[in-house]
Design a binder for this molecule. Structure first.
Ligand SMILES: [Zn+2]
Ligand SMILES: [Zn+2]
Length: 395
C-alpha cells in the first residue's frame, strides 16, 4: 500500500482523536486532558515516551528500521487551548466552558499522533525521530521551559520542524519562507508620574497626560527614524489609563501598555534600548518621572534557509507543484516554536485549511470563537511529516 493510501485509511481515526481533544481543551499550563490522552494513544501504539517537560509536555521517540548514523530529528506539535467561549456550533465543541481550541493545536497534536501511528507501523527510516508534544504555546513559554527541562539534552535533534494550520490559505496549499516567518513579541509597561492638581491651574501641576501624549508620538520615531527602513518593527500602544473620571483634576500619574514586534534579534534589542533611554529622558525633560519595564516574551521564528527549501520540496511532493508558496509574506504574530529553532536548525510551515464556503468555521481566523480545525487537512499534515522523516533520515 502506498504511504498516501495508508494515511488516508487512518484519517477517520485521527479525526476522532482530534475531536476528542477539541472537546476537552486546557489553557496553557492546564493541558492535563491532552497529556493523558496523548499517553493513552502512545501506549496503544506501543511507542515509548517521557513525560513532564515544561509541565504537561511529552516527548515520544520512534526508532527506524536502521540506526546506522546516529541521526535524529524532532517534530513539534503544540497542545494548549485559549480562554475563549466557543461558538463554532460544531458537535464536538468545547465541553469546558470558557476554554476553546481556537488555534487548532488539537489538530497539530492529532497530526503528531497520526505520525506516531504511521511511523511506528512502518519504521521506514534510518535514525530516530522525537515527537515533541509542547504545552503552553499561547504566551506560556512552553518551548523555553521544555528546553530548560532538558528537551534537546535528553533527545538530541539534528534539526526540528513545526507546522501551523493557516485559515488564511486554502486547503491544499501551503506557505513557507527562508528567514523570519513570525515575529518576536515583547510587552512593555510605562508609568509616568507628574504632579496632580486642579485642571484650571495647569501651571501648578506637571501634567502626565500631556507628557504621555507627546511621548507616544515621539516613540513612533524609533520605528520611522532609528530602524533601518528595509527592516520591520512595530511599536503599538494598547492601553492607556489616567484619572478617576473627573473633569477638573489633572491626575498625578498615567499608565501606558504596549507591544513590540520584530523579525530580528538585533532590531528587537535596538527598539528595547531606545525605549529604555527615551522614556525616562523625555519625561525628565518635562519635569516628570518615568518607569519602563519590558518583558521579553516570544522569540522570532526564523527559518533556516536550507531547511525551509527542504520543507517546501517535501510539501510540494505532497500537494503537487505550484501549491506551495516558497516566499510567503511573514506574519507579525508570535509563535514560541521560534525558541526551538534558535537553538537548532529547522523550519516552520503554514498549512492552508480554508474552504470555498466563507461561513465555514475553517475560514475564521485563528483565535476566533467561530473557528475550528479542518480535519480534511489531516492527511496532508501527516503525510508531510512522514515524508519529511523518511527523506531526511533516508535509508
Ligand atoms: Zn494561537
Ligand atoms: Zn497556534
Amino acid at each position: 500500500m502506498t504511504k498516501r493510501n495508508s494515511i488516508a485509511g487512518m484519517k477517520e481515526q485521527v479525526a476522532g482523536w482530534r475531536r476528542e481533544l477539541h472537546k476537552n481543551p486546557g489553557v496553557k499550563h492546564q493541558e492535563k486532558f491532552a497529556n493523558a490522552f496523548i499517553k493513552d494513544c502512545l501506549d496503544d501504539l506501543g511507542v515509548s515516551y517521557k513525560d513532564g517537560y515544561g509541565g504537561f509536555g511529552i516527548v515520544a521517540t520512534i526508532e527506524g528500521n536502521k540506526n546506522s548514523h546516529n541521526r535524529s530529528i524532532g517534530l513539534r506539535a503544540d497542545m494548549d487551548a485559549l480562554p475563549i467561549t466557543e461558538e463554532s456550533g460544531q458537535p464536538w465543541a468545547s465541553a469546558n466552558k470558557g476554554v476553546m481550541h481556537a488555534c487548532g493545536h488539537d489538530g497539530h497534536t492529532a497530526t503528531l499522533l497520526g505520525v506516531a501511528k504511521y511511523l511506528s507501523e512502518t519504521r521506514n527510516f534510518d535514525g530516530k525521530v522525537h515527537l515533541i508534544f509542547q504545552p503552553a504555546e499561547e504566551g506560556g513559554h512552553g518551548a523555553e521551559r521544555m528546553i530548560e527541562d532538558g528537551l534537546f539534552k535528553d533527545f538530541p535533534c539534528d534539526a526540528v520542524y513545526g507546522l501551523h494550520n493557516w485559515p488564511f490559505m486554502k486547503a491544499g496549499t501551503a506557505g513557507i519562507c527562508p528567514g523570519p516567518i513570525m515575529a518576536s513579541v515583547d510587552e512593555f509597561n510605562i508609568i509616568i508620574t507628574g504632579k496632580g492638581g486642579h485642571a484650571a491651574m495647569p501651571h501648578m501641576c506637571v501634567d502626565s497626560i500631556v507628557i504621555a501624549a507627546q511621548l507616544i508620538t515621539t516613540l513612533q520615531t524609533v520605528i520611522s527614524r532609528k530602524l533601518d527602513p528595509v527592516k520591520a518593527g512595530v511599536v503599538s500602544f494598547t492601553d492607556i489609563h489616567a484619572g478617576e473620571g473627573a473633569h477638573n483634576v489633572i491626575p498625578e500619574s498615567i499608565k501606558i501598555m504596549g507591544t513590540i514586534r520584530t523579525f530580528d534579534q538585533e532590531v528587537r534589542d535596538m527598539i528595547q534600548t531606545e525605549l529604555k533611554k527615551i522614556v525616562p529622558e523625555f519625561c525628565a525633560l518635562h519635569g516628570a518621572k518615568a518607569e519602563i519595564t519590558i518583558i521579553r516574551h516570544i522569540d522570532p521564528t526564523i527559518n533556516d534557509a536550507a531547511e525551509a527549501e527542504f520543507c517546501a520540496d517535501i510539501m510540494e511532493s505532497v500537494l503537487g507543484q505550484g501549491h506551495v508558496d516558497r516566499k510567503v509574506n511573514p506574519c507579525m504574530g508570535g509563535e514560541d516554536f521560534g525558541t526551538m529553532i534558535l537553538d537548532r536548525p529547522g523550519a516552520y510551515i503554514w498549512v492552508g485549511q480554508g474552504t470555498d464556503n466563507p461561513k465555514s468555521p475553517h475560514n475564521y481566523g485563528l483565535h476566533s470563537q467561530y473557528y475550528d480545525f479542518n480535519d480534511e487537512i489531516l492527511p496532508i499534515t501527516i503525510e508531510y511529516c512522514a515524508e519529511l522523516v523518511e527523506t531526511k533520515l533516508k535509508i
